[in-house]
Structure formats: structure tokens, C-alpha cells
Design a protein around this ligand. Sequence first.
Ligand SMILES: C[S@@+](CC[C@H](N)C(=O)[O-])C[C@H]1O[C@@H](n2cnc3c(N)ncnc32)[C@H](O)[C@@H]1O
Length: 333
Amino acid sequence: MAESYVGGLEVPDKVLGGFFDFVMPFFLKHCSSLLCPYDWVASETEVIAGGSKELMKIQYDRPQAMLNLMLGDSKFVYPKYSMGLWENGATTLEESQIHMIDDVIRKLGIQDGDHILDFGCGWGCVPNYILSKFPNVRFTGINLSHEQCEYMRRKMQDPESHLSSGRFTLVEGDLNEAHFDEKFDKILSIGVLCHIGNLTKTFKKLASFLKAEGRVFIHIITVRTPNNISSPFTHKYIFPHGRFWNHEAIPNCCQDLKLVQRWYLNGNNYRKTLTAWLNNFDKNQQAIKDLDYGMDYGRFRRIWRFYLIWFISIFASCDGEYNGNGQYLLVHA
Ligand SMILES: C[S@@+](CC[C@H](N)C(=O)[O-])C[C@H]1O[C@@H](n2cnc3c(N)ncnc32)[C@H](O)[C@@H]1O
């Protein structure tokens, strides 16, 4: 079905979304093993993040003008490619992302003077916002996406950006090879561990970066099914080697870190975020259609619309209680 849609099959959004709304609750509740199409989805892989260069090419190093318009890019809130928090009354995408970062600040207990590592820092949205709130916080961000790093380098030269405060250090590099000489007070990772294949090794690495009294905050898409899930469509077109970890995977893979507290954020927050992204994508067609996607734009558009429409439905399924986001606060074991 995905291949037919990508190939040009005309299906109204309502029919496509309605189909997903009908089948996804059934899959999630009664036969989630069918959403686990490869052996590597079911268990941890040898490497920390397999196929990271392919992931950058297929997903993250796409034309930034398109991603920035889709995700939202303002003077204060840079593109943020993870769930916004709507349940506290946010009415816009930007507001929902601010609420989300405020929630992280509170749960991680960020204090002025902290040195924080953002493990998979995107466009620097979270560091920029937190630096604006705390005059003595320092941030280090690591990201493999060259295009996203270029965005941050431009901000690091922009006097209006908090990334130019001298308190932000950017490392363009792979999480697989991440190494830091100094240790951090806090580590946060938002929307990144779906690209990680080995949580145990990742936590060992994070523990080695953390001060003795430090804290780690993981925010990640999770699914309350017995198994992790993925699909041939997402693996091929959207997130190569990506998966939604089962909600218990993080506590189960913790050896070098210990779980202190955990939260589940209802999937309807992601439904609303993805709906805003889809609306932005659609309303900016004129501005984005001539960018270089390495393929015919019509095909690219169908791939991305299929992804967004499907994901809206997955997160809305079962009233958001199966597929949402897990948040985990960890300290040294
Ligand atoms: C879904 S985005 C989330 C970004 C950011 N944390 C946010 O909330 O906006 C995932 C980020 O992880 C980065 N990433 C994924 N795999 C990586 C790897 N192997 N090494 C370094 N960065 C990686 C991507 O480039 C992207 O910036």
C-alpha cells in the first residue's frame, strides 16, 4: 500500500488517515508482533547506532529550508524535531515546544551554572532556549547532521542568538564515536534514542560522561506493546534502522545508570505536533517544491505525506495511551 501511494496512487487524506485510524488500534492492541518486521527491531544490536550516515542522507540532511518551514523556525524557537507539549493549554506549535522545554528544565532540575550535554541536539533549539533562561549554564551539543550543524554555526555568529554567547560548544560527530574529556552535570537526549540500536552500550557511554552527582534525562518515543516496533516503510524511506522502543526497554537496559523517575506523555501531544508539521508542509508547497531532494518532488512529497499522515494516526490510536513519549530520569547506578 505504501509503495502504491509513493508511486502515485491518489488517495484522499481522509481515506488514508481513516484507514490507519481503523487498523492501528487493532495492530497495537492485538498483534503488535506484526509491527516488528526485522530481527534487529526486536532486540539490541551490536553497534550503538547502525546506518547513521544513511539516516543523515535520507532524513536529516534534507533541504533545511523545507525542514525549517515544516518544523517552525522563529527568532526564539529554532526548529525542534520532537514532540511539543499541548496538554497544558498550548495553542500553537511554538508554544507547545516552549512548554515541552520548560517541562524538561523542571524534571531534570536544571540549575544555573550547570554544564549540560545535549546528546543529539538537532538545530540547537533546546540549548538556545535554556541558555536564554540561565545566564551561567553552558551547553555542549553533539549532532551528526552536517546541515543542522551549519544552521547552528550561523546562529553562533548571530549576536541575537544565545548560541553566540560563548557558552555553547558544538561537536559535529557520530554518537557511536562520542567522546568528551570533561564530565557534565546534566545530560539530556530528546527524540534521539529511536535511532539507537543498543541502549545498554549507550547508557554505559552516557554514564562515563556524567559527574558523580549528575542526572540524565531521556525523552523518547515509546510504545506500550510487548515488543519494539518499526516498519519496512519507515526503514526504507524515513528513519533507516529506526524503531520505537517498548516503554520498558530503557529501565530494562539500564546497567550503568539507575532509573529514578519516569513519565509517560500521551500520544495526542504528538498527534497535534505532527498535524502542525503536516499543515506547515502543505501550506509551504510553493516555497519548497523546487529544492533539491535528489528525486522528483512529487515522489518526495508523497513519501513525506504518507509518513506524517500515518504517524498522526499511530500516536492518536487508543486515545494516545499506546504510542506516546517516555521520559526517564537516571543517575549513576
Ligand atoms: C528527532 S531529531 C531530535 C533533535 C533534537 N533533540 C530536538 O528535540 O529537536 C534527532 C537528532 O539526532 C541526531 N542524530 C541521529 N543519529 C545520530 C548519530 N548517530 N550521531 C549523532 N547525531 C545523531 C539527528 O541528526 C537529529 O538532530
